[in-house]
Design a protein around this ligand. Structure first.
Ligand SMILES: C[S@@+](CC[C@H](N)C(=O)[O-])C[C@H]1O[C@@H](n2cnc3c(N)ncnc32)[C@H](O)[C@@H]1O
Length: 289
């Protein structure tokens, strides 16, 4: 069976209204991408201040009616109807996942186990409902930082905020970190991260949905690959956890100054940036370290 989608680009303020209209028009499923949605490889993101709402319909006629309703009721919304070819999503998803090599690390899906390079430290990440397969630029920017920091600071303590699949925490552990903690506010991500830890034969990485004020201690190396607005909001909680170095990603180049300022205001000092395409990694250090 094939589906027909109605894709609506709309202001964030009108996003819920559009979701209601599509549901009332008979959408069998809804997808919403907004500032709180982690960026996914190969998936179009909304413009600043907007959301993308997609309704999936079984009947083309229902999709056309929904399009008309949205256009009538929400002036300014940009809505289009598209046919969606039914496909085996598990296979389609697999085709999009690419293994990456970053320094000493190789990160790839479990079905590439047989061909994984023998001379690399390999991590196998099953792509399910959590972000962090390695092939997104924000993740690989952080993996490069993990590789170089662990090379010069073996045994260091590591905190990975927004751990997703756990990929950064696991990379650190595989490269010889000491106490390693991964937190995420999404319980599903933490469940998957625990499965991933098992898959990779890793024990001892502390994975939980604890908030940062519930996590004890400070850490030599803190990683946070989250979106810019979340990083800014979390600055008063993340900065006090940094004993030596903080590495942040999930930030678009134009957002960098604002994010950096939030951490400099907490007493950290900029230690340089790394840019990959539209993404930027921000490194900061504790001045007393
Ligand atoms: C872009 S993914 C990064 C995943 C992985 N660390 C990586 O580098 O690929 C961001 C993760 O941060 C989590 N997150 C978002 N807001 C958060 C918050 N306030 N506290 C903790 N985790 C959060 C999301 O659930 C998501 O798993």
């Amino acid at each position: 069976m094939s589906w027909v989608s109605v894709t609506v680009d709309v202001s964030e303020a009108d996003s819920e209204w559009v979701q209601t209209l599509l549901t009332e028009a008979g959408a069998a499923g809804l997808e919403v991408r907004d500032a709180s949605t982690p960026p996914m490889p190969g998936v179009r993101r909304p413009s600043a201040g907007e959301a993308i709402v997609i309704g999936y319909f079984e009947q083309a006629a229902d999709a056309d009616d929904a399009l008309g309703t949205v256009r009538d009721e929400v002036p300014g919304a940009r809505a289009v109807v598209e046919g969606v070819v039914e496909q085996d999503w598990s296979v389609a998803w697999r085709e999009r996942i690419k293994s990456v090599t970053v320094g000493r690390l190789w990160v790839g899906p479990p079905w590439e186990k047989a061909t994984a390079p023998a001379d690399k430290v390999c991590l196998f990440i099953e792509p399910k409902m959590a972000f962090g397969t390695g092939d997104h630029p924000t993740t690989s920017l952080c993996l490069a930082a993990v590789d170089s920091y662990l090379a010069s600071h073996p045994g260091c303590s590591v905190l990975d905020v927004g751990t997703g699949t756990g990929v950064l925490a696991f990379a650190a552990k595989k490269l010889g970190s000491g106490r390693t903690v991964g937190t995420d506010n999404d319980p599903v991500a933490i469940e998957l991260a625990k499965e991933c830890a098992e898959e990779n034969g890793l024990s001892g990485v502390e994975l939980s949905t604890k908030t940062l004020d519930e996590v004890e201690g400070t850490f030599d190396f803190v990683l946070a690959n989250i979106l810019a607005n979340t990083l800014i909001a979390l600055a008063p909680l993340i900065a006090p956890k940094v004993k030596h170095r903080l590495v942040m990603a999930g930030v678009l180049v134009p957002q960098a100054d604002e994010v950096r300022r939030a951490y400099v205001a907490q007493g950290l000092v900029s230690a340089g940036d790394v840019v990959e395409g539209e993404w930027i990694r921000l490194d900061l250090v504790h001045p007393g370290a």
